[in-house]
Design a protein around this ligand. Structure first.
Ligand code: HH2
Length: 283
């Protein structure tokens, strides 16, 4: 029996139902500078409305972030992240049953967001700060552990691996073990190869080609390819908003390979993509 055989994942503050197949996580960046939707939802009211819209389009999780981590970006203070995200998390949680993840690597921001109604911590540094592990264990919430080489400011300078798939897999398995040493339940852990975080085009393609090896670990897998620059490099599409079909190709292949959660900006089309991939798998 694999760890992910159970279709329902439930914890004290959240519940995800995988019985109909992979789930879609909608991206909600409350930032002025995110690479794709920066500035679109910087106003809290607009961000909350966008959250409701993504739920109506079929998102099972809304991923709220107050700091862009695009290549070259600089850190945003915890106080500023809190100022950006708290009202948005609260506003969505008050009126919707949807699971909300907080996209931060800062434990104080995560704690405030959990108090406001979030139930998943999406940590792009995979618990580099031990306080994050302690927090997730204490609150019994779900965690996303993502791989990144370097930091957003420098990660695209010259990423190098001996064997990108083996290296990233090993890192994530080590961090998942560490998470459990804090007391986080194994089933509540998602692993994520961190597409675009310290990776060349070739690295990204190899990770996606071999995503089944991540699924084979038994941990649920989350993948975020949406509108990212590797898609632009292949298709020649410079504007992130023009990369929807390219994103769809990755979502279909990931869904077919057994990925559990797809993190995307374009929820409605990607829900269709996942439904068709799933129907074919189940036929
Ligand atoms: N990608 C981004 C941000 N957070 N979290 C996880 N778990 N996986 C990802 O692939 C991932 C992530 C970057 O995308 P986006 O949020 O759209 O851009 P920005 O960092 O510029 O806000």
């Amino acid at each position: 029996m694999g760890l992910t055989d159970d279709a329902i994942l439930a914890w004290p503050t959240g519940r995800l139902d995988f019985s109909a197949g992979p789930l879609v996580m909608g991206v909600l960046n409350v930032t002025p500078d995110s690479f794709s939707d920066g500035g679109d939802f910087f106003d809290a009211g607009r961000a909350v409305d966008r959250g409701f819209q993504m739920v109506s389009e079929g998102a099972a999780i809304i991923d709220v972030g107050g700091e862009s981590t695009r290549p070259g970006s600089e850190p945003v203070s915890p106080a500023e992240q809190v100022r950006r995200v708290v009202g948005v998390v609260e506003g969505i949680a008050r009126r919707q049953q949807v699971a909300i993840s907080i996209d931060t690597h800062d434990a104080d921001v995560a704690r405030t967001a959990l108090d406001a109604g979030a139930s998943i911590i999406n940590d792009i540094t995979a618990l580099s700060d031990p306080r994050m592990g302690e927090l997730a264990a204490e609150r019994r919430v779900s965690v996303v552990l993502m791989h990144m080489q370097g930091t957003p400011a420098t990660m695209q300078a010259e990423p190098r691996y001996d064997d990108v798939v083996a290296d990233v897999l090993q890192f994530l398995c080590d961090r998942a073990e560490r998470a459990q040493s804090f007391g986080i339940d194994r089933e509540l852990i998602f692993i994520d190869p961190g597409i675009g975080f310290g990776k060349t085009l070739e690295h990204n393609l190899l990770l996606l080609k071999h995503i089944d090896r991540f699924v084979a670990t038994g941990y649920r897998v989350l993948v975020g390819t949406s509108r990212k620059s590797f898609i632009g490099k292949i298709t020649g599409r410079e504007r992130p908003g023009d990369r929807i079909f390219g994103t769809a190709a990755t979502v279909a292949l990931c869904a077919a390979a057994g990925v559990s959660v797809l993190r995307v900006h374009d929820v409605a089309p990607m829900v269709d993509v996942v439904m068709i991939a799933q129907a074919i798998q189940r036929s």
